[in-house]
Design a protein around this ligand. Sequence first.
Ligand code: ADP
Ligand code: ZN
Ligand code: ZN
Length: 677
Amino acid sequence: MQGLFHHCILQIALDTPLNAIFDYRWHCDAAEQPQVGQLALVPFGRREVMGLIVGVAAETDVPVDKLKDALAVRSQLGPLSPQWLALAGFAADYYQRPLGEVALPGLPKNLRVLTTVALDRALKKLAKLDAPHDGTPLNMPQLNPSQQAAADAIGGAQGFKPTLLYGVTGSGKTEVYLQSCAQVLARDADAQILILVPEINLTPQLEGNIRARFPGVMLATLHSSLSEGERMLHWLAAHQGKARIVLGTRLAILASLPNLKLIVIDEEHDPSYKQQEGLRYSARDLAVWRAWQLGIPIVLGSATPSLESWHHAQSGRYRKLELRERAVKDAVLPQVKLLDMERDKPKDGLTSHLIAAIRQRMERGEQSLLFLNRRGYAPVICCESCGWISECTRCTSFMVLHRPEHRLRCHHCSLEMRIPRHCPTCGNVDLQPLGRGTQRVEEGLQAMFPEARVLRIDADSTRKKGSAQAAFDTVHRGEVDILIGTQMVAKGHDFKRLTLVGILNPDTALFSQDYRASERLFAQLMQVAGRAGRAARTEGGSASEVLIQTRYPQHPLYGAVVNHDYDHFASALLEEREQAALPPYLFQALLRAEAPELATAIEFLTIARDCVEHPGITINDPIPMSMTRVHNVDRAQLLVESASRPMLQAFLREWLLTLREMKSRVKWSLEVDPLDI
Ligand code: ADP
Ligand code: ZN
Ligand code: ZN
């Protein structure tokens, strides 16, 4: 007979690159059995680390003298659900990572520390926050018929129903999401809803909308700019099922949501849903899996869906709902015009036509937005007498001139220096900026329109916490005449006073080697164009306009933007992809290697290519990455392709075992479904 206490074995996943689950001994208390999904503190090497219990067993093969004791089980925290563990398990499997490396980094840092002070404090705070739940919405506007149909279809859906909500910019997709939420909350008092947005800067706008409509519903936000205390509280609120709506960026896809009943992915095409370091997951793809696993509806919204999602909609895997018109009465899509920079030579980056259009907006008290996806003053400075240019000494890239800060900066390795007074090679004192970034355009605008209130919004102007939101608020309050910005201003914002969008220099992306570049450029142009004309036209107000400055006005991509013609553009791209055998008709993975010398990285990849049999898999030759050197490290890549996803997955699993056994000194990583090749 067993006594009150006995030993059990905890099988624990740890955040280590070792693909293993570790066994620990634990003195089980019959009254309080440790459970799968709980966290446990364990010794690992010389450290004490937090692990996730994935199994509780009676015995182990580990010899008694090797077996260590777990130090503590966090029994005050309810276990993560089997569904959550399955999600983490799927992500680990699919992206070829150990479970611990997927599951643990997604938890709030304060859950993984040695003491329970923060956890206990957060639990106490939440216990007091037992506000009564009331899912009744307030002040819901009358939807137009297509919005209503969409909201009913999404909110009323049962079971796994992926829906692509294809709605032009300003068609009122947000209202459709909110009404769908209202329906789900009305039906199920415990329901939780997860809403993802691509950019942290878009959370305040939506958060405000949600709070105004659902004052009786606890909302939790999850994104990278929360303090650790906030993150703990919000994560716990979701984990306990108290937060009914969870709004977040891609990292929120791994939130613990025991009663999840609906997932909303806004701007589903956005590349920000892909994590580009560490575990390189796609939050959108994981969201679809999560919805499938739980048998719940998911809606993917966009004016320019990703080709992957569009393909699924065409083939019937996703249901497609359309919103063809702008929601605000009398608001219409802007007129898009191309300005030929060969004929109308730009001054300070602006053609005379664009300058005139800005002036007209100034006179009418309307706002203009200029979009240039390049921050800094000039991408490079050069010496006109000897040809020296400001290259980064550590990267295959240039040092960008930041004039207001009087610095040269590399945007890849963060190397910084003072602007040299004279050319480092010939001593010439006349160093010239080449090309232009947002700072230089801002300077030009200020000189051209001395009376205008010009505001620049980019990563440099919004470094301080809260400054981005403050900047967007001044635009919304109408305290800005001309806004100049990078992609930060291009997405999602509902600027009401904006009637002109100028796109300064989009051409470079036309000739990129990346086959996704045109899909991305098109989406970006349509999104930024969509910021104009979102309010009803006032009497005497300008029709809203989008002016694209280009040297290639004949290019079919611009033709599609002028016609707001996503459908044909997407069909043409999909056809090209099918003919060229590219995603979504093909599945890819990328093995990357880094070394101080390029040859070492290439050599590693060559061995990797040759070390396994691979029927049904194409392994391309190793090549240097397009930006080869970053921070004194050379990078190369090997592209692996297959027409069958399961085949690719099976191959990768086996391949990784072999690669790990090589114990190479070369740093390498694998990415499944890479976006940038
Ligand atoms: P999208 O996300 O599709 O670009 P939004 O959801 O931002 O569009 O909506 C655009 C604007 O239309 C917002 O100002 C919103 O308040 C307004 N709007 C949405 N639905 C309606 C409606 N049914 N009646 C009036 N205005 C609406
Ligand atoms: Zn020189
Ligand atoms: Zn650099």
